[in-house]
Design a protein around this ligand. Structure first.
Ligand code: ADP
Ligand code: MG
Length: 615
């Protein structure tokens, strides 16, 4: 087990390079570092502000702006202005279809389990690419302000993020040219900012209450031996400061009888901005009084509090539920940490403190606290805090080969050991009874660039249609660095297990070289991977569509079959083009064309089944 840091510019090993901490938020993002005095500090590049709104706007000429500059297009150019992309990271269309109306830009409905894509003009973007644009902006601002290249970062994610969302965040970092040393939970970072958990002797149970712009979550953490364990999380991904703004707008609309304001987009936007201003003012004063156009916009703190009370109550209920899930009561909580801009609202602070029966930590800016904590975590990883015990970490990522020869990381590098992680896979071909599992080590996206550790077959999977078997693959890395890989098909129980020692025969120099290669190739690797993923998705689409025509030809006209075959052929022809946008375009076209057929077949199959039956 080892820690190595490499200067990308010179290729030399060095200790001094600044590692930044990044809070990649749903509403706002920010980047922090440890200043020469040893204190965490948020970067403010040339007075552009500390917070970078997580908004990306595509100009007609294809150029991109991020942050405040992009935010102003939310109402005037909604199709080309991407906000809340964090909600889409690591998600499939199935995951988000219940709230698809929330997005005013085009999220592609490909009716599949593959990751969502967003269409802007005639280009397709993954949430990973869009998030990388925000990260790139943060990286550039940091470089500009610090006058030094910034290549390494710690990025935070909500505690409830699953493996796929974490991987997507990591990839977004890579694509932005950042070596992501660690993905840290937001509540963990917030605690570190308050110095909670820095002393390895300390044992505490804490609650982190995070109310942001559009999301709310509460996490209950147990801190022991310098390790943060998430005992429970709860929340609502559609509750936040935006709701407070909306409540104020509605109040003004009512007060002023603004019956047809909904059709006036610019008035709506102006009212919304004014409401946010009022809300912020009411965090420190008792009355807000202003106007928009000729419309009087006044509100007292008392009125505001009565409007938002039900929302705040909802968050308290979530705290209650989180405690119940953790098997704890409010009295068991040693510290309460407040996170998110919306916790500046006095009613929120008051209710939270009342519920837990103690004063809350609110001295640090709640919208900076996560980034500041991430900077501390980065500093620890850089080895700059000798007082802090660094647990053994695994120096290289461990994973398996998936379709197209891609590396699917199961245990990311820099994970503390012992550790265990797993993921579920399925078959890609009907009736597949064997699954070859190849285990690799390394940071490159293509397994052929990594080091093979083991290979084995999971045999005897009962023949089932593609996608039906559920194969759990679990990696267990113990404190001695022995990796046990277990594969089990859940429907049948067939199981196979192997053991390897990942560090066997690997010198420190070789580890360094593998890391160095991965950093220099990071961007190309991700770009290459996206092409392979598009091709794999396209191949699956061709396979599914061809089988559909085979089985259901009777329900379609001769012309429909011919046209479908044409679309399939078009897709086949671009599969090897290496142009992911083109592949996505053809997938989308085939999908759009054949979607009504699937519905028709379903309807007719039901009608068939009902025939002759009376209900
Ligand atoms: P996220 O974590 O979702 O990216 P933030 O933590 O940056 O979001 O919180 C943004 C929210 O905080 C917005 O709704 C914003 O209006 C609100 N906010 C910022 N400052 C204040 C304030 N002084 N009083 C009340 N709400 C505030
Ligand atoms: Mg946040």
């Amino acid at each position: 087990m080892a820690k190595v840091s490499i200067n990308i510019a010179t290729g030399s090993i060095q200790k001094e390079e600044i590692i930044v901490g990044i809070d990649l938020g749903t509403t706002n993002s920010l980047v922090a570092f440890i200043n020469p005095e040893g204190n965490p500090q948020v970067i403010n590049d040339a007075g552009k502000g500390l917070l970078v709104p997580s908004v990306v706007h595509f100009n007609p000429d294809g150029s991109v702006v991020v942050g405040n500059e992009a935010k102003q297009f939310l109402i005037s150019d909604p199709q080309n202005t991407i906000f809340s992309v964090k909600r889409l990271l690591g998600r499939s269309y199935h995951d988000i279809e219940n709230y698809k109306d929330f997005f005013s830009y085009k999220v592609i409905d490909d009716n599949s389990e593959s990751l969502v894509k967003i269409k802007v003009g005639d280009k397709f973007f993954t949430p990973i690419e869009l998030s990388s644009l925000i990260l790139k902006e943060l990286k550039e601002r940091a470089e500009h302000a610090l006058k030094t290249p910034v290549n390494r970062a710690v990025i935070t994610v909500p505690a409830y993020f699953n493996d796929s969302q974490r991987q997507a965040t990591r990839d977004a970092g890579k694509l932005a040219g950042l070596d992501v040393l660690r993905i840290v939970n937001e509540p963990t970072a917030a605690s570190l900012a308050y110095g909670i958990g820095l002393n390895p002797e300390e044992e505490k149970t804490i609650a982190v209450y995070d109310l942001g712009g559009g999301t709310f979550d509460v996490s209950i953490l147990k801190i022991q031996n310098g390790i943060f364990e998430v005992l429970a999380t709860n929340g609502n991904t559609f509750l936040g400061g935006d709701d407070f703004d909306r409540a104020i707008v509605n109040y003004w609309v009512e007060q002023n009888n603004l019956t047809d304001h909904a059709s006036d987009a610019s008035l709506q936007q102006a009212l919304r901005l004014k409401a946010e201003e009022a809300k912020k003012a009411l965090s420190t004063q008792n009355l807000y009084n202003d106007q928009v156009a000729d419309i009087p916009c006044a509100i007292t703190r008392q009125m505001f509090e009565s409007l938002i009370a039900p929302k705040v109550e909802e968050t308290i209920l979530a705290c209650k539920n989180a405690l119940t899930d953790a098997g704890l009561s409010p009295a068991d909580i040693d510290e309460v940490v407040m996170v998110g801009g919306s916790t500046r609202t006095p009613l929120v602070k008051h209710k939270v403190s009342e519920f837990f029966g103690k004063a809350v930590h609110d001295k640090i800016n709640p919208d900076e606290v996560v980034a500041l904590g991430a900077a501390i975590q980065a500093d620890i990883l850089a080895g700059n805090r000798k007082d802090i015990l660094l647990l053994d970490v695994t120096p290289l990522s461990l994973g398996i080969e998936t379709m197209g020869g891609l590396m699917d990381v199961i245990i990311p590098r820099n994970s503390k050991v012992p550790t265990k992680a797993g993921r579920q896979y399925t078959t890609s071909v009907d009736g597949q009874v064997n699954m070859k599992i190849s285990v690799f080590q390394g940071e490159r996206d293509l397994v052929k660039e990594n080091r093979k550790l083991a290979e084995f077959d999971l045999k005897g999977i009962p023949a089932m249609p593609a996608g039906l078997p559920k194969v759990d693959i679990n990696f267990l890395l113990n404190a001695d660095g022995i990796l046990t890989i277990q594969a089990i098909e859940l429907r049948s129980g067939v199981k196979q297990e192997v053991e390897v020692k990942p560090t066997y025969g690997l010198t420190d120099q070789e580890v360094e070289k593998m890391l160095f290669d991965s950093i220099t190739h990071a961007k190309d690797d991700v770009a290459h991977r996206m092409i392979i993923e598009a091709r794999t998705e396209g191949e699956q689409m061709v396979y599914t569509a061809e089988r559909f025509l085979e089985k259901n030809g009777a329900y379609l006209s001769v012309q429909e079959i011919a046209d479908s075959q044409k679309f399939i052929q078009d897709l086949k022809e671009v599969l090897n083009s290496g142009d992911k946008d083109l592949i996505h375009k053809k997938i989308d076209e085939l999908n759009e064309f054949t979607r009504p057929f699937a519905e028709r077949v379903m309807d007719q199959a039901i009608a068939q089944a009902m025939k002759g039956k009376t209900i």
